[in-house]
Each structure stands twice: as structure tokens, then as C-alpha cells.
Design a protein. Structure first.
Length: 100
């Protein structure tokens, strides 16, 4: 006989998906609203950070223990930021770009 684990509840996934769709609609709405050049990036980055947090916590199951999951998630995020930083330095230091 094998021990079976009970199936995971599907409710959090459906709620997470619905919230992601709501935030997608909010992002599209914010793209067409004239809220100013200062506040528009703040709104969009806030929406994107909220969406990323929902994906991390619900779909990647980073909620709760063990803490080692958080260490590896943070390491992946660190390397992603490192690669974005190197790419932006490369873009900023190129001469003659864009071509005229």
C-alpha cells in the first residue's frame, strides 16, 4: 500500500489567477490614462511588483517554510538584477548608438 497525499485545493490558484487578470486590466487602464510622466512609471512598477509577488507566493509556492526556498528565489532574483545591470551598462557605454 502506498500513502497518498490529499489533493491541493484549487481555490488559491483560481483567486490568484483572477487577481492577476484584474491587475492586467488595471495596467492596461493605467497605460491609457494621462496620470503624468512622474506617476505613470510608479504605478506600472507597483502593479508589476504586485503581480510578481502573487506569482512567487501562490504559483511558485514560496509561502511558509522551508526558508531554503526563499534563499534560492533571492539568489535567482539577484542574478537577474546582475544581468540587467550589465546589459544596461553595456547599452549606456556604447558610442555611436543609435546610428544616425
Amino acid at each position: 500500500m502506498s500513502a497518498t497525499t490529499p489533493p491541493e485545493p484549487i481555490g488559491p490558484y483560481i483567486i490568484g489567477w483572477a487577481v492577476l487578470l484584474l491587475l492586467l486590466g488595471l495596467s492596461v487602464l493605467a497605460a491609457y490614462e494621462p496620470i503624468g510622466p512622474v506617476f505613470q512609471p510608479v504605478v506600472h512598477f507597483g502593479i508589476a511588483a504586485t503581480q510578481a509577488a502573487i506569482v512567487f507566493v501562490i504559483f511558485m509556492k514560496l509561502r511558509g517554510r522551508p526558508a531554503l526556498k526563499w534563499v534560492f528565489a533571492a539568489a535567482g532574483f539577484f542574478w537577474l538584477m546582475f544581468l540587467f545591470g550589465l546589459a544596461s551598462v553595456d547599452y549606456a557605454t556604447r558610442s555611436g548608438f543609435p546610428l544616425r
